[in-house]
Design a protein. Sequence first.
Length: 141
Amino acid sequence: MSDAVPAMTSHRPYLLRALHAWISDNGMTPHLLVDATRPGVEVPPQAVSEGRVVLNIAERAVVHLNIGNEEITFTARFGGVSRPVRVPVGAVLAIYARETGQGMALPEEPAPPAEPGPPTDEPPPDDGATPPRRGHLRVIK
């Protein structure tokens, strides 16, 4: 008998669906804070500020909202023009109610591995750079 624990799927999409339902059921407006620099994020560039975008995902603001296990998709209006939106679940930094700020900040997920390039015999250069700081949310009253 093996003691290996089977790998579980990500809990992020389940939390996002549950919090979306909770916020909506309480008559509030659910918003997503998204890291727009992550691969696979498709939002209008004019909506992005400092690499982030806040998306209103209330039922009255979007069409065909689907919070799937891999990505969130919907159609929304930006500047009066209807646009498709695609957000990988790993790019969501937080979900919260616009009116109260209640919700949840999600830990950053590592970026998906880059496509492997041609093999080389040289080791990668050590540029001595420090890793980037992780993002954080701050409560402002």
